[in-house]
Design a protein around this ligand. Structure first.
Ligand code: C5P
Length: 311
């Protein structure tokens, strides 16, 4: 029998929504979605170490985020502890690369990484499906952070169906210093486009986006990118218009707001093209940071198990 480890390191990715269709708000406040996610190479790393109670420290981005029970990583550990009935505790050391409140599901990646790390640390032995169920209790984007790669999301975005994708896509991300609140963007969307749940059709994806992913051709994909929340994000943050215009001037194949924003993702042909687009966008000074990422990348995965040495 393998002993449970004393520490586990897990990595989970941020995401871009390649296509995002939003339906009428439900009575619970959530919106039915039809979306295609792509996990990209910006990561949240969690090192979970045996400890009493549940505690958290944060490095990298978001050092001023709360580390108490309101933090989604702490909530993930608490939910798994309650579900599994373990009395063990954990100290979580989180290193964040994904922009905070950027529309890239960084907090969801923290939760997904924490679920997997604590599952391994405590030897709870839950199946991937059971973890996905806990993930969806924590937030609509958490199940995708477990799965990664390319996937369709329906329901609240939490019902995940993996989709085939060929090749690697090169993105330039324009990251803003100031985030946007996801509920606020959804509210703005409802204000701009009032829909009634009884009359509005369920949101539907165009099959062409899945065909484009299968083709592996970034030009084909660039024609299928679209985000129903973009108008609301632009309304709340008009400067994002300048970011999209800068991406266009820089020769990006296409650009769109990621999820609820304010991060803008610009698609390039290949790495060299991404470097050139990034250079022009950096010079335009429309974002706090310009980053290069690729996708798709895997979902939450264990990087390291640390076992105590035998005496
Ligand atoms: O599930 P999560 O906590 O990440 O969602 C944050 C907020 O985003 C929700 O409280 C809701 O206001 C909004 N949301 C929504 N419809 C979805 C997903 C999120 O309205 N499908």
């Amino acid at each position: 029998m393998t002993a449970t480890p004393i520490a586990v390191q897990v990595r989970a990715p941020g995401k871009i929504n390649l296509a995002l269709r939003v339906g009428a708000p439900r009575p619970d406040g959530y919106h039915p979605l039809a979306t295609v996610f792509q996990a990209v190479s910006l990561y949240e790393d969690v090192v979970a170490t045996r400890a009493d109670g549940i505690s958290l420290e944060i490095h990298g981005r978001g050092e001023d985020l709360p580390v108490d029970a309101t933090n989604l990583a702490v909530r993930a550990a608490a939910l798994l502890r309650e579900t599994s009935g373990t009395r063990a505790g954990v100290h979580l050391s989180l290193t964040k690369q994904v922009p905070v409140a950027g529309g890239m599901a960084g907090g969801s990646a923290d939760a997904a990484a924490t679920l997997l790390a604590c599952d391994q640390l405590w030897g709870t032995g839950l199946s991937r499906d059971e973890l996905a169920e806990l993930a969806s209790e924590l937030g609509a984007d958490v199940p995708f952070a477990l799965t990664g790669m390319s996937a369709m999301g329906t329901g609240r975005g939490d019902l995940i169906t993996p989709v085939m994708s060929r090749g690697t896509y090169h993105w330039v991300l324009a990251v803003q210093d100031e985030g946007l609140s996801t509920p606020e963007v959804f509210r703005e969307h409802d204000r701009l486009q009032p829909l009634d749940l009884d009359d509005a059709p369920a949101p539907r994806l165009d099959d062409a986006v899945l065909a484009a992913l299968l083709s592996g051709d970034p030009i084909q994909l660039s024609r299928q990118l679209g985000n129903d929340l973009q108008e609301a994000a632009l309304e709340l943050r008009p400067e994002l218009g300048d970011v999209l215009a800068a991406a266009d001037r820089a020769g990006a194949l296409a650009a769109l707001v990621s999820g609820s924003g304010p991060t803008v993702a610009a698609l390039a042909l290949d790495h060299a093209h991404a470097v050139s687009v990034a250079g022009v966008m950096r010079a335009a000074e429309v974002a706090g940071e310009i980053l290069l990422v690729t996708g798709p990348v895997p979902g939450a995965r264990v990087l390291e198990h640390v076992h105590s040495r035998r005496p």
